[in-house]
Design a protein around this ligand. Structure first.
Ligand code: SP5
Ligand code: ZN
Length: 350
């Protein structure tokens, strides 16, 4: 198992996120990945690697994200500080958004004001952007591309230790602590290298709205997500069972929402259903956006998986017998995050 680790992840270090009218301490903290790295030092389930420097990362990013969004991200910090020099000490968060719809707001005249631009490209105020965000997110995406290339080169399983996470990011928006959609970037790299059918199985607590939207009209990338019911759970505005894909992609998205409070037995039955559907699709590769926020101790989520369950989950993912790439998504019980993540990887190996 080849594990590509984002050596620059600590450059992304948010201070606070908006939650119900208050700024609260960020949940998505650098210590999360540090715990994974420490646990991998104790239980070396694979080779720890850096992505090679010769990757054409810009081409890989452009396969998923729009060029205007990428140029927004790459210049966001300097424009935030230009808005007001005092901003150098505070993270950028949006506070105004253009609601969509014919009778709502105009996007044919995109605003020049940078505080408005932030709202144009973000769907929540919980995703702080700071000086190191772009460098950290880019290096995470490089890990995803390197992990995809290693699958092409014949690895059975590869891991991209991505932080910040990616599955909430769309072609032209950030949100849910995500900026670049690492799983989608990996999928498009596989496609560019000639892989024709790919399944993405998202097992983060939250619906993988960005990934679903990116591949909504595609039948060559089958997106499946098991997550907390959006009627009550973030990201609320997508992730229902009746979303099955559009146009050419109709029938190639599957959402399996479960109620808050779901325990391992019901969750695992749903995982096995997802695995059967994926097996029937007969993909050439599997990508798993892996969130560990299904853990019973997660401070912002509502499923009840236990640490030992993650070994079983890893084994179930391996049972498909497909070349498999895992990206790291959510998981906010920081002290247990390393053990839970490595449990999945160990379960996959055995
Ligand atoms: C990648 C990922 O898992 N993103 C999740 C983003 C969730 N953002 C909204 C979190 C709401 C925080 N609630 C705080 C509750 C404190 N009791
Ligand atoms: Zn999550």
């Amino acid at each position: 198992m080849k594990i590509f680790c984002n050596q620059h992840h600590q450059l992304h270090r948010g201070q606070q996120e908006m939650f119900r009218g208050q700024l609260v301490d960020c949940h998505e903290v650098p210590q999360r990945l540090d715990h994974v790295i420490q646990e991998l030092a104790k239980r070396p389930v694979g080779e720890m690697l850096q992505p090679p420097s010769h990757l054409d990362l810009d081409a890989a990013l452009r396969r998923v994200h729009t060029s205007d969004y990428l140029s927004f991200l790459s210049t966001a910090w300097s424009k935030w500080v230009q808005l007001n020099p005092d901003n150098a000490n505070r993270d950028a968060l949006p506070s105004v958004w253009p609601l969509p719809g014919k009778h709502a707001f105009r996007m044919d005249k995109p605003p020049l004001n940078f505080a408005a631009k932030l709202g144009q490209y973000a769907f929540d105020a919980g995703t702080p952007l700071m000086s190191g965000t772009w460098a950290a997110a880019r290096e995470g995406a490089a890990c995803a591309v390197a992990a995809a290339q290693a699958l092409i080169d014949g690895e059975r399983a590869t891991v991209a230790l991505t932080r910040p996470p990616g599955h909430h990011a769309g072609a032209a928006y950030m949100g849910g602590y995500c900026f670049l959609n690492n799983a989608a970037i990996a999928a498009e790299h596989l496609k560019a290298q000639g892989i024709e059918r790919i399944a993405i199985l998202d097992i983060d607590y939250h619906h993988g709205n960005g990934t679903q939207a990116i591949f909504d009209e595609r039948r060559d990338v089958y997106t499946v997500s098991i997550h907390g019911d959006p009627l009550t759970e973030y990201p609320f505005f997508l992730g229902h069972a009746d979303e099955r894909g559009s146009n050419e992609g109709e029938g190639f998205n599957l959402n399996l929402p479960l109620p808050r409070g779901t325990g391992f037995e019901d969750w695992y039955a749903t995982l096995n259903l997802a695995l059967q559907v994926i097996s029937d699709y007969a993909p050439q590769a599997l990508i798993v956006p892996l969130g560990l926020d299904t853990y019973e101790g997660d401070p912002i989520s509502g499923f009840k998986l236990k640490s030992e369950n993650y070994v079983t989950v890893g084994g179930a993912l391996a049972s498909l017998g497909l070349p498999t790439l895992l990206t790291l998504e959510g998981g906010y019980a920081v002290a247990e995050f390393g053990v839970n993540t490595v449990n999945v990887l160990e379960g996959f190996q055995t």
